[in-house]
Write a protein that binds this ligand. Structure first.
Ligand code: ZN
Length: 322
């Protein structure tokens, strides 16, 4: 039921975005690159239930499945339990005035041509040792680039998968340490969530990513300030596959094909749901479909660079005309 509500919500957000895109995309710019701003992020759901009650329900369901499969046990651990949260709160309180280090990625020399149809495939909540490697295999075989927004608790368990992601040329971003609802945290708590995952990135791949994606798409003004003041960039999405919620391959394929736009960002997951078998089946199909429509798969970094380049070109054009 929660899924259905979230679905409606997302549809509304996608519609609003499509309108925003039409309005924001001028005739002389070949591709409208959208996203990365707090407003669009805030308007979207991360395809997961947002309110505490639904979250608790989801957690309980996962706990009940704990003994069914090893995968489910891992999922249950992924959702922090109340008592674990209490200890973390103490830790957070002690971390007064947390300081974030400067991100060391974000510069890209990617140069998009006018008229390029760029799109970014993104995978949240990993890495893991099951779906993420399969997704990497598919991406490698098809030569498509993607971006992985990773959760610290998973990063800690699978640093080799993160190394592989980076070695394969994909983008990475910080998705907090505990998959926390950042809109409910204060400044120091937000920084602590980001900082702990930054340290794990540094340890695994030697750099700190500048991209941040808020779990549940849950964004506050405090978060926007933290992100801006620390040279980070918030990343949302334009197409939510709802893969975590058990959407069928056919439904997801139809959704992606219907809602894909130049400059779009497609949300999928590489950990966090038992339904991700469908994501693995979906991936080669949408790569084929979108390529047939002329899309190029780029990382979010590359998409944002193209957006900046696009803006600069539009400004130069404006000056010439003025
Ligand atoms: Zn997430």
């Amino acid at each position: 039921m929660a899924g259905r509500v979230t679905g409606k919500w997302t549809k509304g957000a996608a519609l609003a975005l499509a309108v925003a895109m039409t309005a924001g995309c001028s005739a002389q710019t070949g591709f409208g690159v959208l996203l990365g701003n707090g407003e669009s992020t805030a308007a979207m759901s991360d395809g997961r239930p947002k309110d505490a009650t639904t979250l608790k329900e989801q957690g309980a369901g996962q706990a009940a499945r704990e003994n069914a499969q090893p995968e489910d046990a891992e999922l249950a651990a992924f959702q922090p339990k109340e008592d674990k949260e209490a200890g973390i709160a103490d830790e957070r309180a002690a971390a007064a005035s947390v300081k974030l280090e400067k991100p060391t990625t974000g510069t890209t020399h990617f140069s998009a041509k006018q008229g390029d149809k760029l799109i970014a495939l993104t995978f949240d909540d990993g890495p893991d040792h099951r779906y993420t490697p399969e997704i990497l295999e598919i991406l490698k075989a098809s030569g498509a680039k993607a971006t992985f927004f990773m959760v610290g608790t998973q990063l800690k368990k699978y640093p080799d998968t993160v190394k592989q992601i980076v070695a394969d040329g994909h983008g990475v971003g910080n998705h907090t340490y505990h998959h926390a609802n950042l809109a409910k945290l204060n400044e120091n708590e937000i920084k602590q969530e980001i900082k702990t995952t930054d340290a794990l990135f540094r340890e695994a791949v030697g750099f700190v990513p500048h991209l941040v994606r808020a779990p549940y798409g849950s964004v506050s003004d405090v978060l926007k300030t933290v992100v801006r003041d620390n040279n980070r960039e918030l990343v949302g999405w334009t197409v939510d596959t709802m893969d975590w919620d058990g959407a069928t391959v056919t439904a997801m394929r139809g959704n992606v094909n219907k809602n894909a736009r130049p400059g779009g960002i497609v949300l999928m997951h590489s950990f966090g749901s038992k339904h991700l078998r469908n994501t693995v089946k979906l991936l080669p199909l949408i790569i084929k479909d979108l390529r047939a429509k002329g899309y190029t798969f780029v990382t979010v970094d590359e998409l944002l660079a193209a957006k900046a380049q696009n803006k600069k070109a539009a400004q130069a054009q404006g000056k010439k005309m003025g």
